[in-house]
Ligand binder design. Structure first.
Ligand SMILES: Nc1nc2c(c(=O)[nH]1)N[C@@H](CN(C=O)c1ccc(C(=O)N[C@@H](CCC(=O)O)C(=O)O)cc1)CN2
Length: 290
């Protein structure tokens, strides 16, 4: 039987509707959530994502400010800008779009963001909190995947979840979030021998490799939930995920489309994190994390 293609647009629209209402309530209590996005360089895809973040903020009533900096911007200048927004109580979230130009040390830059305003959840303090299960900001893409599972009524508890990919942004935190929801989790990567022997055991299979069509029909157990985090261009320049959608859709129970699900969910979770940060600031009477 063919898989149910997860309607990402419907899920995104419903969550953004909820966020819009909560933002309006916060604004009426005197706090307008604010997000600053910093992008350095000319990476075209990154500019598309940042434009989408700006539009999404406007859609739900979050104030946003985007700094589009030239590719030769120094690390020192970037860090100074971050420090300025760390101190600015009107902005509750700070995000530096990745990737950065090669001359900038991304890890050092992220370390300069006040953890309370780190709406990407990339700062080591927030990564540590995620590891020990402390309440706080969750990384946007993995949080988006968890929200999709929740909205389609799939509980990870007691299931075997296999994550293919071990990046700091997606693979590792994804495994943590699934573990937190009581899945038995396996992480696979480029040096995993006999990949299909493991992925075929997955009730929930998350593909986060960054390479088109790595997951084929032979990798999937019949009826599995297949979540595609990939964002690649195929030989014809068409956007596609890590999963060979046409082959896998006849085997899986559920499958996410690319484009149209995990990407927009990532941005939706960014809105949610910015709202939470603003709410925390409003409750404590200080700027987030100060
Ligand atoms: N600071 C960050 N940098 C990056 C992140 C991140 O979470 N924080 N993730 C990715 C890029 N990304 C968000 O920034 C992102 C990628 C894709 C989409 C998206 O909506 N994709 C659409 C298709 C868009 C298109 O037409 O190209 C979809 O899947 O439907 C949103 C966000 C790396 N950098």
């Amino acid at each position: 039987m063919a898989a149910e293609v997860i309607n990402g647009k419907e899920i995104v629209s419903s969550i953004r509707g909820e966020i819009k209402q909560e933002v309006a309530e916060l604004i009426s209590s005197g706090t307008t959530p604010g997000l600053v996005v910093i992008i350095v360089g000319d990476d075209q895809a990154s500019h598309v994502y940042v434009n989408n973040k700006e539009k999404a903020c406007a859609q739900v009533g979050i104030k946003s400010h985007v700094h589009r900096l030239p590719a030769d911007t120094s690390q020192e200048k970037l860090v100074k800008l971050i420090h300025k927004y760390n101190e600015n109580p009107e902005f509750h979230g700070i995000l530096v779009q990745s990737p950065l130009p090669k001359h900038i040390n991304e890890e050092q830059v992220v370390d300069e963001i006040t953890p309370g305003k780190d709406v990407d959840c990339f700062h080591p303090v927030n990564v540590g909190n995620l590891m020990i299960g402390k309440e706080g900001m969750l990384p946007c893409t993995p949080a988006g995947v968890m929200e999709v599972l929740k909205r389609i009524g799939v509980s990870p508890a007691g299931k075997h979840a296999v994550v293919v990919g071990r990046s700091n942004i997606v693979g590792k935190p994804m495994a943590m979030l699934l573990l937190r929801e009581h899945a038995t989790v396996t992480i696979c990567h480029s040096r995993t021998p006999n990949l299909q022997d493991i992925t075929r055991q997955a009730d929930i299979l998350v593909a986060a490799v960054g390479k088109a069509n790595v997951i084929e029909d032979k990798h999937v157990k019949p009826g599995a939930v297949v979540i595609d985090v990939g964002m690649n261009r195929n030989a014809e320049g068409k956007l596609c995920g890590d999963v060979d959608f046409d082959a896998v859709k006849d085997i899986a129970g559920y499958i996410t489309p690319v484009p149209g699900c995990v990407g927009p969910m990532t941005i939706t979770m960014l809105l949610k994190n910015t709202l939470s940060s603003a709410r925390r600031a409003s409750l404590s009477g200080t700027a987030a994390g100060l």
